[in-house]
Design a protein around this ligand. Sequence first.
Ligand SMILES: [Zn+2]
Length: 585
Amino acid sequence: MDLSEHDRFPGRTHHYLAAEKLRTLVANWVALAAKQAGMKLRREIYESGDSHDVTISKICDAHPPSQSYRVTGRAPLQKEMKIARWFLAILCASATSLFAADELALRLQPALEAITPDGMLAHIKVVASDDFEGRSPGTKGEELSVKYIADQFKQIGLKPGNPDGTYTQEVPLAGIKSDPKMSFTIGDKTTELKFPDDFVASSARIQPEIKTDKSDVVFVGYGIVAPEYGWNDYKDVDIRGKTLLMLIGDPPIPDPKDSSKLDDKMFKGKAMTYYGRWTYKYEIAAQKGAAAAVIIHETGPAGYPYSVVKTSWAKENYEIDSPNKNMDAVEVRSWITLDVAKKLLADCGQDFDALKKSAITREFRPVTLNAQANIDIKQQLRSFKSHNVIGKLEGSDAKLRDEYVIYTAHWDHLGRHPELQGDQIFNGAIDNASGVASVIQLGAAFTKLNPPPKRSMLFIATTAEEAGLLGAKFYAEHPLYPLEKTLADINIDTVNPWGKTRDIEDLSDNNSMLDDMLAAAAKRNGRVMTPNSQPEKGSFYRADHFEFSKRGVPALYTGGGKDFIGKPADFGQQKKDDYTAHHYH
Ligand SMILES: [Zn+2]
């Protein structure tokens, strides 16, 4: 889960639980998450022989990676493939004898036995220990984490995942600490804003100073270009060099038949699409050549209060240190509070509510305000190397082994915060030592399969997820094996520690056929896959798999279920809310 929902309480759950109790909990996780979401899903692929694999492969062929955001909807072709797969599955099933099923179970047994509660716990205890100092990229915590995971990959029999013969992929990062000044000039009056109470501003460009003077301010509504919805908030207005004032979230368009709810046909109704994320807003601003993108903060559509924005953006943040020094990013990315925005608009003779109302129609046109923005950001920069850790299990089929299935889990967490009194280490036992442990255990399990899977498998512990999915982004931009040949990314980011559930939540929002496969795998295990219970939070866009999905690789991301066996009906939601309020970041 990423940094944008940062709050102050560490995720050091293991501090609060006696080891024995945790051991019992972990026993439950294993069955629940690692085996069910991972092993059993893979087993589904494995058991069904070529038919499912071929089908997934076809989807990949039909959707070569590109920059378009196809994750916002299912392509019709996928539906055709779905039907094709159904027929193939029937053919497969009719050819499977009971004897073959028994033989298969025997063959799988050693793999399933490789996943144990003690094994999970052992990894979590090491990776989330105080020695690892909260695993901040570029620190001693990174050195220890990378070494531990690489050693484990080697020990369980995975080959070096980097073709250069190592278990690591170097990820060049830049630390950027911004000290911004921002003012607006209306007529002959200039108003200074207060950092960080009124606004935050920074740049992904790796430059010591960013300066924008007297840049015209244009209100661009939600700042979205979405041809599939017939939507364009820029309509022929040249906004190069200008400062864009934007709303956060998707346009909340009422259902024409029932205005009490949102129109499911537009921006997925209540669910958040990628167009609603702040990352999208800054990306489109860069594409349009704007000088600055200023997002108006609103707690509801953002999903968190301004205090979260303030703590996230006022500290040092990381970017990938690209050869072009990120000069293709928008110069200035900023948030301002709703109150400041309302006052600015009022000073320009505009009304926030009226503008917002006009922005939820297709007819909206950008509104040039009689204001100019002056922004000056001094940036403290440092460059350092971080690492993804990668293990590989070579496929057993000569024809198919150059195709890949990836498991990812980020190893990094929030590190150590010396300004805190008492315990300063954010251990991140759940987020995401639990995911790292799962990936190591899954790797161990797959090495026990005989014969090994036909296709090759990659196990990747990514860096700098908390800073904006940077390790996954770097891998996806510099893949060690072609993305065209990468059939799936299955991402594990936090594992449910509270007990067994009847359900498993699919956070992938039905973006690929992997969701159908998860549903089938859950059913096979007497469980049920439930859809994302809070699609308005946009979870799918906030973890590593999204960097793969964005480039056309089918991705799967699951959450723990909510229907706990032997617990009251609201137990799951309560636990989740408690974690978000007190333990998450
Ligand atoms: Zn996470």
